[in-house]
Ligand binder design. Sequence first.
Ligand SMILES: Cc1cc2nc3c(=O)[nH]c(=O)nc-3n(C[C@H](O)[C@H](O)[C@H](O)COP(=O)(O)OP(=O)(O)OC[C@H]3O[C@@H](n4cnc5c(N)ncnc54)[C@H](O)[C@@H]3O)c2cc1C
Ligand code: FES
Ligand code: FES
Length: 481
Amino acid sequence: MRDHLVIWVNGTRRVVGGGDAFLTLSDYLRGRLGLVGTKVMCAEGDCGACTVLVAEPVEQGRPRFLPIDSCIRFLFQLDGCHVVTVEGLARDGRLAPVQQAMVECHGSQCGFCTPGFVMALAGACHAKGAAREVDWPKELSGNLCRCTGYVSIFEAAERAGGEADWIGARFADDTWMTEGGRLRTESIDVRGACDGVAMRVTSPATRDEALAARRDADARVVAGATDLGVLWNKGRLRPQHWLDLSRVTGLRGLCVEDAATGPVLVAGPLASWTDMLAVCRERCGEAVAVLESFGGPQIRHVGTLGGNIVNGSPIADSLPLLFVLEATLELARASGTRDVPIESFFRGYKQLDLAPDELLVKVRMPLPGSDDVLRLVKVSRRRDLDISTFTSAILVRRTGDRIAAARIAYGGVGPTVVRMRRTEAALVGQLFVEETFRRAGDVAVAEIRPLSDVRGTSAFRLQLARNVLLRFFHEQLVGAG
Ligand SMILES: Cc1cc2nc3c(=O)[nH]c(=O)nc-3n(C[C@H](O)[C@H](O)[C@H](O)COP(=O)(O)OP(=O)(O)OC[C@H]3O[C@@H](n4cnc5c(N)ncnc54)[C@H](O)[C@@H]3O)c2cc1C
Ligand code: FES
Ligand code: FES
């Protein structure tokens, strides 16, 4: 077991040991390396001011330098990785293309958000290559600016967007790739004091090691840290032992298997939302719009499917979909595995059917059949980078003019996501007409008791519970011409 981390920052190899391993990346960059170009405003992943690029070494192909929020990423998650900050962009006294474009288009006023926008832009240019159309408002939805009004920033994006991939050419060097690749196959166990508290992180490289480490029931599992990093920054979480799964490659895979009942999307819990989005574009197009509104790019690049499930929020965006797909969770401990249907995994608000020594290791999602119609709706106060007020997934199969099967799940209407069994029963066997969906709406509002909170009143959520059913019906009419 290695007792220290090795990280590359703007091409320079850094060794980190002891308590520094538990710093957030932004604290390390600013406080230890003096790279204060990386700004911290919200410290919650919301504003993107702290955006940097991070790449893992890859055996084949080119590494992906992805924009992430450095304020909610722990240093121990980055062993073997390459971090590029705004200080790494200019070369030989010349600004990088994205910086030059921001200057020429007047994309900065007070400048506090500017390094974050520049890094998000640099990451988007690197990801997309030279010749393409990019939806810049979407690409930059993880960054907030309170001065410019965005138009000049989007103009800068258009101007910089035509440049070749200079990030890859500059930072994907063989020395880092070779050593970093080897480092990421080694397990690490680092101890040190952070804020005066003795801490330890175990970062296994294999699933078996991860399950063995899980025997310490007090070890706090961390995947992408987009939920836990926020709690850490708010001082609401100080585990003495972290179990970091981010390097267990066996928990990441994503594939579609052909089962007797039809295709099944099989995902490791560490599948990021960016990777889920790529698969859904091919195999489950209806999920795309909701996944594209999941956080911003910085959150989607590191936030994981497993983290969203185990975090257990009743407004988690993945859950209504997983409920209507009747997904199965594979839970493992050192002595064996068991399968749990998604619906019975949630026993109450943040109460899970997950033992202290278990890990979520696989998620199986049977994909909709060709006769199924699936619709997902996310209602939030902001269109981008906002958590949901209400979520729904409706899956209906028709036979002729009647409804043969229906599965419905709502989020944000109770302590857990709710499978709307009585509403489903009100639809099945009925004619596919507006009146059927109107009556199902009456059943739906009797089936849930939503709370009022800052995101919406109970009455608003009840109205949404009716409206999504009617919307589903009318969208099918329009779709049928
Ligand atoms: C700015 C911002 C925007 C966001 N937007 C959205 C949004 O639009 N929709 C939405 O649903 N969520 C959103 N989130 C919440 C978060 O990004 C998601 O819940 C994400 O999927 C969590 O994944 P993670 O890997 O980061 O989890 P982590 O923070 O690493 O972990 C979350 C929980 O899961 C546990 N855990 C993780 N993996 C496992 C495992 N394999 N086995 C057992 N336990 C495990 C951890 O112990 C922890 O309790 C947002 C968060 C932020 C900060
Ligand atoms: S400081 Fe706002 S996202 Fe990190
Ligand atoms: S330039 Fe001031 S916040 Fe963006």
